[in-house]
Every structure is written in structure tokens, then in C-alpha cells.
Design a protein around this ligand. Structure first.
Ligand SMILES: C[S@@+](CC[C@H](N)C(=O)[O-])C[C@H]1O[C@@H](n2cnc3c(N)ncnc32)[C@H](O)[C@@H]1O
Length: 225
């Protein structure tokens, strides 16, 4: 795990920030609105904002925009949040801080505790505060042991299938489906046909939804009860 090269910060049209990843040549979040994508595709799409006790599994953590949106949503709803993310190339804490500046949940005690413990060097970092438990495992998720039947929401947010195909394969999708609790919802910004087919082949009920700004469609896939 060498860590990505310096990640220039990008301010997106909705005023939120993300960063550019040199290794994959892509932005971590949507250039059309990082916060809008986090809330529309991931938090709203999965129902994390209305779930009484969300357990979120994220692939991958990136610069934490989805995590902070989830913290803000559950702080508003009053639900306790369990958030487990995988990340094989963690950015420095300074980048997380800079992207979060003036954004969702910047001062949430669990976010602040996560940043205090974050050095990106161990195998994981975990923080618990204010009704939220956050854990980031610094590992390649394609070879990691995933929790079984655990996630009420799974945010599939790897870089694009063309640049990072390993997290979009039918084989890996079967493992993701098994990590969902009955009734759990996998959400992703991609609406690619092969992603849709892989989700369906993994036994999930797949729906196309309108996309976040800049994307016509995104996907939501539900594990039946
Ligand atoms: C599109 S970005 C995620 C943005 C993030 N969800 C956010 O809210 O800022 C994709 C992330 O997935 C990570 N990633 C890609 N493939 C991975 C893998 N096989 N294992 C773990 N992390 C991976 C990348 O390093 C990157 O940080």
C-alpha cells in the first residue's frame, strides 16, 4: 500500500468537494456534484436516511464523502449508524480534512475521532461516537473476508468499470450480494449493462433509477427477504 500521489482537491458545482486520483486518472466523486451524488445515489438510493438502524458496507472509502453524508443523514434521523468501508489506497488525513471543510458532518464526533486515528498505515481504523461506529479496513476488498448477511446498504463506489474492473466482476458481485442482509439494498452510480446483469445473476432485484446530476441513470439492487 504505497498511498496515492498527491490528490488535488476539486470543488464541484453543488459547492461540495472531492479530489482527483492520479493512479486511476479519475475523480473520487462526481465532478457534476460530489455531495449530490452521495445523497441521491448512495444515501437516498439505499434508504440509509430512513432506516432505523443502518449497517452500511462501502467499496471504497475514497475521500469520505459518502461516509459523511451517511453520518449527516443518521444524525438527522436519530438512527444509530454502523459503517464499514474498504480502502486499499488511503489518502492522507489532511486530504480527508480538506475535502470535508464546510461539508456534511465535518464536526460529527465520529468523523473527528476517525481522523484523529487515521494514519493510513495500519490494517484498519475505527471510531465510535455520537451514535455512530465507523470502521475503515485498509485492504483490497476483492480478497477480503466480507461480513455475511450484514449490510442494510451496500455502496458500490469503486472507480469506473473500465479503469477498475476487479470490483465489478460477476464473481465479486456474488460475494457482495451475500454481504447484504435480507431486504438490503446495493446502490451504485454505474448503470452499465454488464453491471446490471451481474447484479441480476447474483440474485438481486435490479432497478434503474434516474441518475445524479451528469448521469442519466444509476442502479439499485435489492436482496429479497
Ligand atoms: C470512486 S472512489 C470512492 C469515493 C468514495 N466513496 C467517497 O465518498 O469519497 C473509489 C475508491 O475505491 C478504492 N478502491 C478501488 N478498488 C479497490 C479495491 N479492490 N479494494 C479496496 N479499495 C478499492 C479506490 O482506492 C478509491 O478510493
Amino acid at each position: 500500500m504505497s498511498g496515492p500521489d498527491a490528490s488535488p482537491i476539486l470543488t464541484t458545482p453543488d459547492g461540495s468537494r472531492t479530489a482527483l486520483n492520479a493512479r486511476f486518472g479519475e475523480a473520487y466523486g462526481s465532478r457534476h456534484g460530489a455531495r449530490s451524488q452521495a445523497w441521491h445515489v448512495f444515501v437516498g438510493g439505499s434508504g440509509t436516511d430512513t432506516h432505523p438502524a443502518p449497517h452500511v458496507l462501502e467499496i471504497g472509502f475514497g475521500v469520505g464523502v459518502n461516509a459523511r453524508a451517511s453520518l449527516a443523514a443518521t444524525a438527522a434521523s436519530g438512527a444509530p449508524l454502523h459503517y464499514l468501508a474498504y480502502e486499499f489506497d488511503p489518502v492522507p488525513a489532511a486530504t480527508l480534512r480538506e475535502v470535508a471543510a464546510s461539508g456534511d458532518a465535518e464536526h460529527h464526533p465520529a468523523w473527528e475521532a476517525l481522523l484523529r486515528g487515521w494514519d493510513g498505515a495500519g490494517t484498519q481504523v475505527a471510531a465510535e461516537a455520537g451514535d455512530a461506529a465507523l470502521e475503515v479496513r485498509f485492504a483490497d476488498v476483492t480478497t477480503a473476508d466480507l461480513p455475511s448477511g450484514w449490510a442494510t446498504a451496500l455502496y458500490l463506489d469503486g472507480f469506473s468499470p473500465s479503469r477498475n474492473p476487479e470490483v465489478w466482476t460477476p464473481e465479486f458481485t456474488v460475494r457482495l450480494a451475500a454481504a447484504l442482509a435480507p431486504g438490503g439494498v446495493l446502490t451504485t452510480y454505474s448503470a452499465a449493462g454488464h453491471v446490471r446483469r451481474a447484479l441480476g445473476a447474483a440474485g438481486l432485484g435490479v432497478e434503474r433509477r434516474p441518475g445524479a446530476p451528469g448521469k442519466r441513470e444509476c442502479l439499485r439492487a435489492v436482496r429479497s427477504r
